[in-house]
Design a protein around this ligand. Structure first.
Ligand SMILES: [Zn+2]
Length: 374
């Protein structure tokens, strides 16, 4: 089976790379609504022409429409997730090859992952391989800014899925992703009481002093072993050097690996008691992506992928990574989720982004085989 799929992909390698070029050059960063629409048209045409499936569009208010298509039949459903937006402003990156590296806007993150999904379906069809289940493909256009218009739809589709496969690139060393950190932010405002720094020092309540105490406390909530990091990245307060400041503000970024850790940090910051008498505080809690925990279900899915990899002569491990994806919310629902099933390359989100040409067919074959084996 693995050799049939791999041989088929190798025979069509030139066409696959042409499709990747076509889709990568339909550039669209998340804020370019018109460009996103054009990219979607290209994507939908490729889906139609290669797979024979008719894509369905979910209209989104701000223009980040989603594209869905389905293939195969069966009682079980697998959700394959990808995004067609990129972080690169249009026209800033060139498309070229350098040795084994293919450079271009979004070639790795993650136009290649989309092309992988299209070509596994084409391979199944032409090789008359029945994946034995219903495959639902969902591609969004706002992943790079947090999936505000798409997360709900993706989670709805994930509800009764046997597994969710995220076709984002793998880790730079070839590993798959079984966990991803969750994120949350806090905007904290401290209120004190203004007074003349010389004549009425005792009457003032210094909001900056309270902020300073809190910053040290918040930073100390970091626990590297548990995978929890806190960063006070912005702070400020006061108006003039000779006035006791009645207001100070700071902002916190938190990344965490488990929901228990997230709850520990949220409680500690939201329920903190002030140290400087007379100050009051307000906390604006902004919940981001939940963590994709390394659940036994995710690890079991990885074990299947590892076996599929071996059959293709690939060896890789798995990792818990920092950045989030649409797999976070799906995994948090209890759906077995595996991420990093797209291409292999390096430097995502940077102008040096590239894909390893000699590994691309193998990674598509891995995805194709995994879908069958789940
Ligand atoms: Zn991505």
């Amino acid at each position: 089976m693995e050799q049939r799929i791999l041989s088929y992909l190798k025979e069509h390698e030139t066409e696959i790379f042409e499709d990747l070029k076509t889709l990568a050059l339909a550039e669209a960063s998340t804020s370019d609504i018109e460009a996103l629409a054009e990219c979607r048209r290209v994507l939908e045409r490729l889906i139609r022409e290669r797979t024979g499936c008719e894509p369905y569009t979910y209209k989104a208010e701000k223009g980040h429409d989603l594209v869905r298509f389905e293939y195969g039949e069966g009682a079980e459903k697998i959700l394959l997730i990808g995004h067609y937006d990129t972080v690169h402003p249009i026209g800033t990156l060139e498309y070229y090859t350098k040795g084994n590296e293919l450079h271009g806007p979004g070639v790795m993150d993650m136009k290649s992952g989309l092309i992988s999904t299209i070509w596994i379906v084409k391979a199944y069809r032409e090789l008359t391989i029945d994946p034995g289940k219903r495959l639902v493909f969902i591609f969004n256009g706002d992943e790079e800014t947090g999936s505000g218009e798409s997360s709900e739809i993706i989670c709805e589709l994930a509800k009764d899925a046997k597994a969710a496969l995220v076709c984002e690139p793998c880790v730079a060393n070839g590993d798959l992703k079984t966990g991803r950190k969750g994120t949350m932010n806090f905007d904290v405002t401290i209120h004190g009481k203004a007074a003349h720094a010389g004549n009425a020092h005792k009457e003032g309540v210094n909001a900056i002093q309270e902020m300073a105490e809190e910053i040290l406390f918040v930073q100390s909530l970091t626990d590297y072993e548990a995978g929890t990091t806190l960063n006070v990245g912005v702070c400020g307060g006061g108006t003039k050097v000779n006035v006791i400041p009645d207001r100070a503000e700071y902002q916190v970024d938190c990344r965490y690996q488990t929901r228990a850790e997230g709850e520990r940090v949220r409680k500690a910051i939201c329920e903190l008691e002030v140290k400087v008498p007379g100050t009051t505080r307000e906390v604006l809690f902004k919940d981001g992506k939940p963590p994709m925990e390394q659940t036994p279900e995710n690890l079991a899915l990885f074990a299947i992928a590892e076996k599929c990899g071996k059959r293709l002569g690939l060896s890789f491990s798995h990792q818990f990574v920092g950045g989030g994806s649409d797999g976070n919310a799906v995994s948090a629902m209890g759906i077995p989720t595996l991420d990093g099933l797209g291409a292999w390359g390096d430097y995502a989100h940077s102008p040096n982004e590239y894909l390893r040409i000699d590994q691309y067919m193998l990674r598509i074959a891995l995805l194709g085989l995994l879908v069958i084996e789940i």
